[in-house]
Design a binder for this molecule. Sequence first.
Ligand code: HEC
Ligand code: HEC
Length: 288
Amino acid sequence: MKISNYVLMLSKVLLLALSATATTVAFAASQEGAIARGEYVYDIGGCASCHTKDTPLAGGVKLVTEFGTFFSPNISPDAQYGIGGWSNDQFIKAMRQGISPEGEHYYPAFPYTSYANMQISDLLDLKAYLDAQDPVSEPNLAHDVGFPFNQRALLGVWKLINTGHQWTPDLSQSESWNRGSYLAHGPSHCTQCHTPRNFTGGLQKDTGMVGNKNGPEGESVPPLFDVNKLAFGGWSEEDIAFALEIGMTPAGDFLGGSMSDILENTTGKMTAQDIQALAEYLYTLNNS
Ligand code: HEC
Ligand code: HEC
């Protein structure tokens, strides 16, 4: 081999090695970005309210519903007891379709009817964040659900009635209005408590967030929307934002019940921009 060819080849090898390192570094950096973004998706999704009793992500939170008592599962990256080793596709299918890697239907006590509206990019970031947490080797507790609700196959029929409607942006509205609408109908699942339910326990989507007399644990949930403009009784956009951030109403009352979990784990962790987006969305809904 001529010396010049040899040098050329060597520099090519060097270049290849260099670009491989650059790719690895870029991958690590993008992975770090995904984990940081995923932590925020975890917060706006309020996952901690249901999946953290004592140890983060270990589950074991008791959820009492009309259909039975559920215990949230371990969603830490533990390979035996958690969701360690799940592929991105398996995770997205669980979150958006309520179907487990074994092909079984999840109970809607897991609010996948809202998470179905989440963007794939948000879900991939969320998965990167979950994968980066400490695994917890704690087994799941069995749900206490009587017949016929203990038949998971029946949930296929339930889904035919209660799923299939996808959130879409309203292009006549502002970007922040749409962000607020996305949060309410998707990750932050405000509809799960503020929208009334039909006799099968599914959301009455046509009515919107008009309140639910029989909310979680039998408590009454106030409306966030009323066609007669009676929701919020004259709150300004700033009043709504303040209530979501601090939990205090213009009358000086503190919001409690199951809303306190949301204030602690969801809206209380939102950026000022996202709080503002939710406030704009809710205010416009009631004042136009
Ligand atoms: C209102 C309570 C609630 C919230 C909020 C919630 N989950 Fe769950 N989740 C559940 C319940 C209950 C189940 C079990 C469903 C079943 O067994 O059919 C579950 C199941 C799961 C599963 C399936 C686990 C397995 O082992 O098969 C995953 C994954 C999951 N949740 C992730 C999340 C993530 C991520 C968030 C936040 C974006 C979240 N959940 C928010 C209640 C909740
Ligand atoms: C787990 C059930 C639950 C979820 C999910 C939920 N809320 Fe609530 N919300 C409640 C309950 C219960 C109250 C009543 C609290 C009280 O009166 O002390 C309430 C009250 C409120 C109020 C005060 C309304 C008024 O007229 O006093 C606002 C505003 C509100 N919620 C907004 C939201 C938004 C925005 C979301 C989504 C980010 C959300 N909520 C998600 C249960 C829920």
